[in-house]
Write a protein that binds this ligand. Structure first.
Ligand code: ATP
Ligand code: MG
Length: 189
């Protein structure tokens, strides 16, 4: 089983690289952002709650996010492994993931940190906002998301280093160059 955490700030390319790894290794993919956006599109109660946080650039509360993750994971019984994209985003989520996987006799194989300079993140997200119309890809909300990333999510770098799961990847370069570095890290496991 390959359980890969794709990590990085907003706009670091987690979604793009996850899709490439799904195609290459036949893994299941959980993108918590995509799950939440689908709930919003479908007008569910969960979607309404999530929208309030997302539009403010804030994280969805941990208990809620952990329940959502557990139910998606339960849907993948006989999988070859999972790419976790956008989860965990807090230490509490990382601890919950560790416990959930342990209950299934599994663990995270590697955490891949896509490291991209802040100016590049900003310009990618502004560009994405123009193309995709994502409501949280506007300058003010992007700044809030980057601040939330630094205060709540970046501490996971140290957490995964302590677990001996951390793998740093320089996230500047073409999609192909970055994928090649990720594949190299996975194939070394
Ligand atoms: P990327 O561009 O690298 O794919 P992103 O940060 O732009 O990443 P998503 O991962 O799609 O975007 O997340 C969008 C929003 O959904 C977050 O800003 C947050 O409000 C909410 N969200 C997603 N995952 C989580 C999580 N694990 N915990 C709490 N909130 C989450
Ligand atoms: Mg994404």
């Amino acid at each position: 089983m390959l359980n890969i955490v794709i990590f990085g700030a907003p706009g670091s390319g987690k979604g793009t690289q996850s899709q490439r790894m799904v195609d290459k290794y036949g893994l299941n993919h959980i993108s918590t952002g995509d799950v939440l956006r689908a709930e919003i599109r479908n007008g569910t109660e969960l979607g309404q709650t999530a929208k309030g946080y997302i539009d403010q650039g804030q994280l969805i509360p941990d208990e809620l996010m952990i329940d959502i993750l557990a139910s998606v994971l339960d849907g993948f019984r006989d999988s070859k492994g999972v790419i976790f994209d956008g989860f965990p985003r807090t230490i509490a989520q990382a601890e919950a993931l560790k416990k959930m996987l342990a209950e299934r006799g599994q663990e995270v194989s590697v955490m891949i940190d896509l490291d991209v300079p802040e100016e590049e993140l900003m310009s990618r997200l502004i560009r994405r906002g123009i193309d995709s119309g994502r409501a949280d890809d506007n300058e003010e909300t992007i700044r809030k998301r980057l601040a939330v990333y630094h205060s709540q999510t970046a501490p996971l770098i140290g957490w995964f280093k302590d677990e001996n799961k951390y793998h740093h990847i320089e996230g500047m370069g073409s999609m192909e160059e970055i994928s090649a570095k990720i594949v190299e890290a996975i194939d070394r496991l």
